[in-house]
Design a protein around this ligand. Structure first.
Ligand code: NAD
Ligand code: MG
Length: 385
């Protein structure tokens, strides 16, 4: 059988490196066609030496010469740079699957190009669906392009829906670890630092999503992601705080049956399932021990985790509002990591940006680009004031 050719956008990140482990473990089935990164040229070059892709792309053009130098001994690997090169590479004819594992709004354009080129999308970059879910779903339908979720919750929901054909979803039960600040009081939250926020209790992830998990904006984004992927209303999605991260999410059907996917927290499983669906492949690692710990479930606290409430508000308002929230969130997330704002200021700035940014009820691609830029400007100005 021909090996599936995979392009990884963001191969040097948390999802990207775990995807390479999956590919290495199933080298009989998968081959790397392209690898891309933003800045980390050394790691990208090292990966290229190990996996011999046809091409590699460094998004930050300033790092091109450095990367090129590191690749002189492998002249058959093509080296490109810049955002346009990302859009181009995903269209390469041999590619079967594009794993979108880069961070933020930057994932939108290459994902659109990959959909138009009819590549199966293994979607980790949830920001793409937050910003432009309606457009992405419409394009996927138009080009008959499958979008397979990599986010663990959405993979769990997807796995729970296998074999259900047209059985309608009554409710989605979206689980959340609650992050490192689950038990903190409002007073405590005034004082938490980025070091505290970067200590996630159950998952080891990139910095941006780890901060988003601490504010629970990540869960708000996942509600939006689920709404588009599974065609449900936000009112049909219930967030359950489940500190053990064992039940990865569940679906409730109209007869009251609830189907869930459980397992130890390990992103290699949802990554691998997006590659191999509908097959299941071997995966080495820990197995779930039901005797090890009790499984608990709590209601989320929307006062303490205002970002989650803001995400629900954005869904309610619709149009480009989720795009506004995403852009403002990218700014404050970076701002918090660079000590330019406090933990609680993040949601204040996002809420204010939602008020001030130009609203559009039926945005197209150009509206999203303009909205992203405007919301970033507004949020950045507040960060500096
Ligand atoms: P990360 O920060 O560890 O890695 C990000 C990767 O994207 C790196 O390779 C980086 O070089 C690249 N990148 C960043 N900005 C870029 C840009 N502007 N242009 C091109 N490339 C760029 O992030 P991560 O934790 O692997 O997360 C990646 C995506 O997957 C995010 O959208 C995140 O929400 C989602 N996700 C991650 C996890 C997880 O366990 N890490 C789980 C679910 C969903
Ligand atoms: Mg998730």
């Amino acid at each position: 059988m021909k090996k599936k050719q995979i392009a990884i956008l963001g191969s040097t990140g948390s999802i990207g490196t775990q995807a390479l482990q999956v590919i290495e473990a199933h080298a009989d089935l998968y081959e790397v066609y392209a690898l891309t990164a933003n800045n980390r040229v050394e790691l990208l070059a090292e990966q290229a030496h190990r996996f011999h892709p046809a091409a590699i792309v460094i998004a930050n053009e300033a790092r091109y010469d450095e990367l090129k130098r590191l690749m002189t001994d492998l002249p058959d690997v093509k080296v490109y740079a810049g955002a346009q090169a990302l859009d181009d590479i995903v269209e390469a004819t041999p590619i079967d699957i594009v794993l979108t594992a880069m961070v933020g709004f930057a994932g939108l354009s290459p994902t659109i190009h990959a959909i138009r080129a009819r590549k199966t999308i293994a979607l980790a970059n949830k920001e793409t669906l937050v910003v432009a879910g309606e457009l992405i779903l419409q394009l996927a339908e138009q080009y008959h392009t499958p979008i397979l979720p990599v986010d663990s919750e959405h993979s769990a929901i997807f796995q729970s829906l296998v074999g259900e054909d047209d059985n309608p979803i009554e409710k989605i039960l979206l689980t959340a670890s609650g992050g490192p600040f689950r038990l903190k009081s409002m007073d405590d939250l005034q004082l938490v630092t980025k070091a505290d926020a970067l200590r996630h209790p159950t998952w080891d992830m990139g910095a941006k999503i780890t901060i988003d998990s601490a504010t629970m904006m990540n869960k708000g984004f996942e509600v939006i992601e689920a709404k588009w992927l599974f065609g449900v209303n936000a009112s049909q999605i219930q967030v359950l705080v489940h500190p053990q991260s064992i039940v990865h999410s569940a679906v409730q059907f109209r007869d009251g049956a609830v189907k869930a996917q459980l397992g130890v927290p390990d992103m290699r499983l949802p990554i691998q399932y997006a590659f191999s669906f509908p097959q299941r492949l071997e995966l080495s690692g820990d197995r779930l021990d039901f005797f090890a710990q009790p499984l608990e479930f709590f209601e989320p606290d929307l006062q303490k985790f205002r970002c989650l409430a803001l995400a629900f508000e954005a869904i309610e308002r619709g149009g480009n509002m989720p795009c506004i929230v995403n852009a403002a969130n990218e700014i404050v997330n970076r701002g918090f990591l660079e000590d330019c704002c406090s933990f609680l200021q993040m949601s204040d700035i996002i809420a204010e940006t939602m008020q001030r940014c130009t609203f559009s009820a039926s945005p197209d691609y150009d509206t999203y680009v303009a909205t992203d830029a405007e919301a970033r400007r507004i949020a950045t100005a507040m960060l500096k004031s």
